[in-house]
Write a protein that binds this ligand. Structure first.
Ligand SMILES: Nc1nc2c(ncn2[C@@H]2O[C@H](COP(=O)(O)OP(=O)(O)OP(=O)(O)O)[C@@H](O)[C@H]2O)c(=O)[nH]1
Ligand SMILES: [Mg+2]
Length: 1106
């Protein structure tokens, strides 16, 4: 990068109003990186001839090979517009679902986004996801409809058809925005906007006209995309052209003498030109006229493509080139590839960078325009209320809003991810052009050396004075050197100097991807690094008033102090060193790997709250166990995995209790990239990865009416079932009793308490509801905890409303006698206190504080936690964390702790009370003495431990008493395929137990969109297989969607003669659930009941000699 442009960018960094921080978002392959190329080329960083081919921001080798982006990367560009110079901090993001966490890290640092939609494919699943992400982060999007050339060349649409097609795409995008708008997120945003009109409407003085159907409400129309709003660009990034209707309005207002404003309102929409009256009229469609957009814009483009690409009509081309007033080099005119000529013409006529960057500067907000709502959202972690933050923290909101560059302003920086760079790429280690002085210095040195060499020659001619000539550089080599020790030593030093860079090379450097929200970051500044769990309220109490990070401070949890060593300007593949970075800019910070794991907040004020965690859309679901090829290399692998964990926002690295090193990734492609990274960069050893570990869930269902072979469970079978359950009874260990209703009772070893548990399946809707509201449940749990400690956590109104809503929904789904008052009887959620299983309190004698405490104003009298409440919950948590089938977590199970008064466990009179009131006896014991029972004399160890174990066992037995099923994780996938390959896609899907949900034809194209669900267990290699079978014409995107019960019963054994004949004694040949279950059990080293060979006969080979 030239010094001049670096200086320009540094100067622009201080002009906050002229900064635009934006990212490019889209579905995979819609052309983000290609568009970024054109923008990068506009700054002369790459040649414009290579723009679109180079994919400059895909700097990794595997990105280039696979042709998809995997990491988001940033580049700073300058752009002159009218009298102003703008600084554009551009972040290119990946579109593949597996890397959607990279999108989250990019979106957080931006104020705006360019959303790209492929003109042929239209709105795809990831387009919806990125639009949602943009809304959730309150950043403003603009739209680029890309690949318009495909409409001309591939689909061969007429301009009129293309216009209708484009209109449809716009409607689709706006429909997505519309649904977001009506959702809660958007409601709040709209409130804000109607209070205070957006800055553009005021400053630009634009009027809002809306010609598209259904968008009459002027208040929210600026949220939608419409060419007449100036927030839509039509482009072909690969051919280098793009335009918004502003450009054509300008062109035609000069040509036709119509005012620009009129054209702006009418170029897009149902208007036509009445040539006779020389007027623009409405109603083109009804009168069968060409809309203005077709006549003035598309027709021209079409004829250009027609002349250059289709017909290769030289004369016509020359005429057109002349009329457009562009200059084309003779060699381009003669080039055999028409695309070269096309992009030469188009990139001058309608340069895409000009159109896109103008739109960005005009339509996207500067860092100063940050909405106060966004600030509050960034500052209040989780469910905390903004006004419950300490006062000094609340004051920082002003700093955010002012985004000031004053020295007095507190420094606030957010680091959204860490990325690894090669040490060679660091500017410190890079070769740079020498300055004049350095050249002079070197010349001087060389001269000296020459003189010395001459002197040395003289010495060698005169051996007596050999010891005096110790010159490192001239010493030929160690071996040859016999003249003296001094020389020898020095030559070793010389080599050591040479070696240092090599050693450096093997070290990974991490650069923090960050943005300054307030103040000026300078090199050498001492700052606080605040982890995601930092609590300013706690810290302010611990720290002295007015302290700074330079003082010696007591240690505060999740806070550390450090000095900022190196600041970088992010320039795609390169980094440029900076001395300071003012507020509102995106930057890289070096040397933070010791302080920051994945993301952090950096500030000079300890009152600064940590930023809310990033919204990750992808669920890490694919796990593999990893080990080094050579066991001795384990330490390197461990180190490498640590680095990988830091370098990837989404990958998780775990060491399981079994000692396995497990890597959890979002999908297959992500997994591949992580493994490559480990092999080639972070560990640099040979590693072997296990087959993906597929997660399952265990659940119970209602007793089925039909059996595996769809036969009604008739009398005959019933006998078998009873027989079977008797056998099962037999299996229960001593002390466990099961009654006919499924109630399992268990007494603790010291006989002080008896626990009764019954398991039931939860209705499906309830399980889904619990799954979806994990974070709310966690908040409720936190509230209960804080109540226990005697202080109430402040929960903001919105969260309270959602909790109320959640409770209401639960109540509406849990209807019927069985579930009477179930919602209020919830004792705990599990596993991890927030999962999709319930523990209900059926003990009439025990009124415990409700889990819904946060909704109740006051405590209900007579409800207090008993001493062993926690043990029961812990036992339940353990039981739900790993079930009896294959130690996978439970899902959708309701365990109710109950014991009716009449139920008696006859184990002696003295324990009668214990039997009637499970563990109530212990409680009574405790409350008498106001302390726990004296457990030190108990030979069975602490009582709480026994209770936990007994509760866990009881839950497991209760679970086993019901019909058990496995649940498999399911992906949804959307596959776009042409009619020819449709059959093959279906073939692959059905082979892998996929289920087609929907198939529809994409309007205006010959593509079909197939929506299907597919078990995760069957998905490995799916994308590749589809791609191969369809010769690359279809490529699916797999997204984790839900858990589904595997219908077959893993414990089913044949009972009748025919079944026996058909399935064999074990029925394991076609039992999918059994296969899955045994697979997991084998992996975990659990006992697997299977016979490998039965009744085998020795096979004889009749050899010649026998
Ligand atoms: N016909 C046509 N092809 C395009 C255009 N823009 C991009 N492409 C092609 O589309 C493919 C994908 O382009 P990329 O820029 O890598 O797409 P991307 O959105 O960055 O993809 P990911 O980063 O993997 O999500 C490449 O083969 C491009 O050549 C366009 O305007 N017209
Ligand atoms: Mg890309």
């Amino acid at each position: 990068m030239g010094h001049k442009s670096l200086a320009t960018i540094i100067a622009l960094q201080r002009k906050t109003t002229n900064i635009r921080n934006l990212c490019i978002l889209a579905h995979v392959d819609h052309g983000k990186t290609t568009l970024a190329d054109s923008l990068v080329a506009s700054n002369g960083i790459i040649s414009s001839r290579l723009a679109g081919k180079l994919r400059y921001l895909d700097s990794r080798e595997d990105e280039q090979i696979r042709g998809i982006t995997m990491k988001s990367s940033a580049i700073s560009l300058h752009f002159p517009l009218g009298m102003n110079e703008y600084l554009i901090n551009l972040i290119d993001s990946p579109g593949h679902v597996d890397f959607s966490s990279e999108v989250s890290t990019a979106v957080r640092l931006c104020d705006g986004a360019i959303v790209i939609v492929d003109a042929v494919e239209g709105v795809c699943p990831q387009t919806q996801v990125v639009l949602r992400q943009a809304w959730l982060e309150n950043i403003r999007p603009v739209l680029v409809i890309n690949k318009i050339d495909r409409l001309i060349v591939e689909l061969k649409l007429t301009p009129q058809e293309a216009y209708i097609h484009l209109k449809k795409i716009l409607e689709q995008v706006n429909a997505v925005t519309g649904t977001l708008f009506t959702s809660k997120v958007m409601e709040e945003r709209a409130e804000k906007e109607s209070e205070k009109q957006g800055p553009y409407e005021n400053s630009g003085g634009e009027q809002i006209y809306d010609w598209s159907a259904g968008l009459e409400d002027t208040d929210d129309s600026h949220l939608y995309f419409s060419p007449d709003q100036g927030n839509v660009v039509f482009a072909s990034a690969i051919d280098g052209w793009g335009f918004s209707i502003h450009q054509f309005a300008q062109i035609y207002s000069q040509k036709m003498g119509i005012r620009v404003e009129v054209l702006l309102k009418t170029l897009w929409g149902d208007f036509y030109l009445n040539a006779k009256a020389k007027k623009i009229m409405k109603g083109a469609q009804s009168k069968g006229k060409k809309p203005l957009f077709v006549q003035l814009v598309l027709d021209n483009l079409w004829s250009l493509y027609d002349a250059i690409v289709m017909k290769r009509d030289k004369e016509k081309v020359e005429k057109m080139v002349a009329s457009l007033g562009v200059k084309v080099a003779a060699r381009d005119l003669r080039h055999s590839d028409p695309k070269v000529l096309l992009s030469a013409v188009c990139s001058q006529w309608l340069p895409v960078s000009q159109a896109v960057l103008t739109m960005v500067c005009e339509k996207l907000p500067s860092p100063l325009d940050v909405a106060s709502e966004r600030v509050e959202k960034l500052m209040s972690v989780g469910a905390r209320r903004f006004d419950s933050l300490p006062e000094r923290t609340q004051e920082l909101k002003k700093a955010f809003l002012e985004c000031s560059n004053e020295d007095a302003a507190p420094v606030i920086v957010f680091v959204s991810k860490m990325f690894a760079v090669d040490s060679k790429a660091l500017p410190q280690n890079k070769q740079r052009p020498l300055t004049q002085e350095e050249i002079a210095q070197r010349r001087e040195l060389a001269r000296q050396r020459h003189a010395e060499r001459l002197a040395a020659n003289q010495v060698s001619e005169n051996p007596e004075s050999a010891h005096t000539g110790g010159i490192a550089e001239t010493a030929p080599s160690i071996g040859e050197n016999s003249t003296g020790k001094g020389i020898h030593l020095e030559s070793v030093c010389f080599m050591a100097v040479n070696f240092t860079p090599c050693r450096e090379e093997s070290k990974e450097h991490f650069v923090a991807f960050a943005r300054v929200y307030s103040g000026v970051v300078r090199r050498g500044t001492k700052v606080f690094v605040l982890g995601p769990k930092y609590d300013p309220a706690q810290a302010l109490k611990m720290l002295p008033e007015g302290c700074s990070s330079a003082d010696a401070l007591p240690s505060v949890p999740h806070m550390s102090c450090c000095t900022l060593d190196s600041l970088y300007l992010l320039m795609g593949r390169e980094l440029e060193e900076l001395e300071e970075v003012p507020s509102g800019n995106v930057l890289g910070i070096g040397g933070m790997e010791e302080w920051i794991l994945k993301s952090a907040t950096i500030s000079t004020s300890p009152a600064c709250p940590p930023f809310t965690p990033l919204n990750f859309e992808a669920t890490p679901i694919v796990r593999v166990a990893i080990e080094p090829k050579h066991p001795s290399e384990m330490p390197r692998l461990v180190k490498g995995m640590k680095l990988l964990n830091q370098a990837d926002p989404c990958a998780e690295v775990l060491i399981q209790e079994t000692g396995e090193h497990v890597l959890v990734t979002a999908g297959e492609v992500h997994l591949q990239r992580c493994l490559d990274d480990l092999r080639e960069r972070f560990a640099q050893i040979e590693i072997s990865a296990s087959k993906p570990i597929i997660p399952f869930r265990e659940t119970v269902i209602r007793r089925p009416k039909v059996d595996m072979v769809n036969e009604e469970l008739g009398k005959q079978q019933k006998v078998a079932v009873i027989h079977q359950s008797k056998e099962e009874q037999y299996k229960y260990p001593e002390g466990v009793q099961v009654d006919s209703s499924g109630l399992v009772t268990l007494t603790t070893p010291n006989k002080m308490a008896t626990i009764g548990v019954r398991a039931m399946p939860l209705p499906e809707e309830v399980t889904q509801l619990l799954e979806a509201n994990g974070s709310l449940i966690r908040t409720m749990e936190q509230f209960s905890l804080s109540m226990k400690e005697g202080k109430a956590l402040e929960i903001n109104q919105r969260t309270l409303e959602s909790i109320q809503d959640f409770k209401g929904k639960l109540e509406s789904h849990l209807q019927g006698r069985k579930w009477r008052d179930a919602v209020n009887r919830i004792w705990s959620f599990g596993p991890r206190r927030c999962g999709p299983n319930l523990l209900l309190n059926n003990l009439e004698s025990y009124q415990r504080p409700s889990v819904w405490q946060c909704l109740e104003g006051e405590r209900v009298p007579g409800t207090a936690l008993r001493d062993f409440d926690n043990s029961i919950i812990s036992g339940f948590q353990l039981a739900t964390l790993s079930g009896p089938m294959c130690e996978e977590p439970l899902m959708g199970v309701c365990l109710s702790d109950s014991m009716d008064g009449e139920e008696k466990v006859s184990d002696g009179d003295s324990k009668q009370k214990a039997a009637q009131e499970p563990w109530g006896a212990a409680e009574a014991y405790g409350s008498h003495n106001k302390r726990w029972p004296d457990v030190s004399v108990d030979c069975y160890g602490p009582f709480s431990g026994q209770l936990i174990a007994a509760m866990k066992e009881a839950c497991r037995h209760a679970f086993q008493h019901q019909p058990q099923r496995l649940m498999a994780a399911m992906y949804t996938c959307e596959i776009m395929a042409t009619a020819e390959v449709l059959g093959r896609v279906y073939g692959v899907l059905s082979k892998r137990e996929g289920r087609i949900l929907q198939e529809e034809m994409k309007e205006g194209t010959d593509m079909f969109i197939i929506k299907a669900v597919l078990p995760v267990a069957e998905s490995f290699g799916f994308a590749d297989e589809i791609r191969k079978r369809t010769s690359g014409l279809a490529s699916p995107q797999l997204v984790f969607s839900h858990w589904e019960v595997v219908s077959s019963d893993p414990f089913w054994v044949p009972t009748t003669e025919e079944e026996y004949l058909h399935f064999g004694e074990k029925a394991d040949s076609s039992n999918q659930a059994l296969k899955y279950m045994n697979g997991v059990r084998k992996r975990k080293g659990l006992y697997v009941e299977e016979k490998i060979v039965e009744h085998a006969e020795k096979q004889r080979t009749l050899g010649k000699n026998k």
